[in-house]
Ligand binder design. Structure first.
Ligand code: FAD
Length: 385
């Protein structure tokens, strides 16, 4: 899955870190990924082990977080999704969306207060933007409201699909300020009266992630919990720009996981007295999968370089998310095809990647919305506002 050797671009020390993570994933995540998926459970039992890995964080520096290159961060997301997209999302919601919101939009004091605890997983984070009635249109249409009342804010509304939301200690809730109409971010702590979260049941993708339907009924949070550097949706979009780039890497990982499973099966499974991998049509599928993966990696590596230079645009991140998830959807379908009937059995792994791809395709902005962000950059005309 690394046909053009992108890992050679890492510094030697970074390569060691990635190797450590690969061992962790093989030893701790891989053995139970299928079972947790089937039971729809999150890998909370691994929190201590993840903390001990000492890698939790986001590119750039902030209190308690070691600076790390966007390329290494991307490759970490890729490796996680290669083994288990649910695990990658469980991890990414906490570190990218939860910690990322506080890092991008919190004051120095707020970063000091929360980030070091989050690095150590003593507090688990979540990100509440989507609502039952407002998904793609959150920039304009958020219905959840925030009303200032002296030194407090009162939040009312509903959120849907919030990853880790059922057990998170800190949920960043995005709400519209009734006074100025702007979107602001609020850190709601677990146990705050009026906050309830129930697990969404019946998912057919990323079943190892718990998504919550959250109700906010006169939830009071102090002004100290309002993210001080979030004044409008533009600030929310700054968080999403980075995490969308992360989803592009996850999509590559999901594709690689499926490709590797298909390749292994192709050389073992025999029909007509020969390994199916000796048939031209199967080899062609494998080549096309590898081509998709390699083209996506090339784009993602360049995205990481631009990010490192502080020059990554929203449209470039949207392009990566759009392109890599589209290629992934094709790739996982081909992988599942190589397995024939076994391709729809959980036991053979390709099925899990095939299903999980559907969630990656739609979250953090659907493929369509990311395409329209690119289209806006190309034409100067917005098709969606
Ligand atoms: P809708 O917005 O209703 O879209 C339906 C369809 O219409 C889509 O195909 C869409 O592309 C299309 N469409 C909408 N508007 C336009 C337009 N103007 N032009 C063309 N097509 C359009 N949200 C969070 O806040 N936090 C989370 O942690 C989180 N985790 C998630 C995890 C999973 C597994 C999933 C599935 C979702 C998660 N989400 C989360 C929500 C996710 O971001 C939304 O599902 C996504 O933004 C799409 O919104 P929607 O589902 O309401 O679809």
């Amino acid at each position: 899955g690394d046909f053009f050797r992108i890992k050679d671009l890492l510094e030697p020390e970074e390569r060691q870190t990635l190797e450590r993570i690969r061992s962790f994933l093989a030893d701790k995540v891989e053995p139970t990924a299928g079972e947790l998926w089937a039971r729809s459970e999150s890998p909370l039992h691994l929190v201590d082990a993840i903390r001990d890995l000492g890698i939790t964080g986001i590119p750039g520096d902030a209190p308690g977080i070691t600076a790390r290159s966007p390329l290494l961060s991307g490759l970490i997301s890729m490796e996680m999704a290669r083994v288990d997209p649910s695990f990658a999302t469980f991890y990414g919601v906490h570190s990218g969306l939860g910690m990322g919101s506080i890092r991008e939009c919190g004051s120095d004091e707020q970063r000091q207060r929360w980030l070091p605890q989050m690095v150590e997983w003593r507090k688990i984070g979540a990100f509440g933007l989507t609502e039952p009635l407002v998904g793609s249109g959150t920039a304009r249409g958020l219905l959840t409201t925030a009303r200032r009342d002296g030194g407090e804010w009162v939040l009312n509304g509903e959120k849907r699909w919030i990853g880790n939301g059922t057990f998170a200690d800190l949920v960043v809730i995005w709400a519209r300020d009734e006074a100025d109409g702007q979107v602001k971010g609020f850190v709601v702590e677990k146990g705050t009266p009026g906050f309830t979260a129930r697990k969404l049941e019946g998912k057919i993708a990323l079943r190892g992630v718990q998504n919550a339907h959250i109700v906010l009924d006169d939830v009071r949070v102090p002004e100290e919990n309002r993210l001080q550097r979030a004044d409008s949706f533009r600030d929310t979009a700054r968080v999403l720009k980075v995490t969308r780039g992360g989803v592009a890497w996850q999509a590559i990982g999901c594709s690689i996981g499926a490709y590797e499973a298909a390749r292994a099966y192709a050389v073992e499974r025999e029909q007509f007295g020969k390994p199916i991998g000796s048939f031209q049509l199967i080899q062609d599928l494998l080549s096309r999968m590898l081509g998709n993966i390699t083209a996506s990696q090339a784009m993602a590596v360049r995205m990481a370089q631009l990010h490192a230079e502080g020059a990554l645009s929203e449209a470039q991140a949207a392009m990566a998310k759009m392109f890599c998830t589209t290629r992934m959807r094709e790739t996982v379908a081909w992988a599942r095809e190589v397995f024939g009937g076994n391709g729809i059995l959980l036991e053979y792994k390709a099925a899990r990647f095939f299903a999980d791809a559907e969630a990656l395709y739609s979250y953090e902005g659907t493929r369509d919305m990311n395409s329209l962000i690119v289209g806006r950059a190309a034409t100067g005309i917005s098709a969606f506002v």
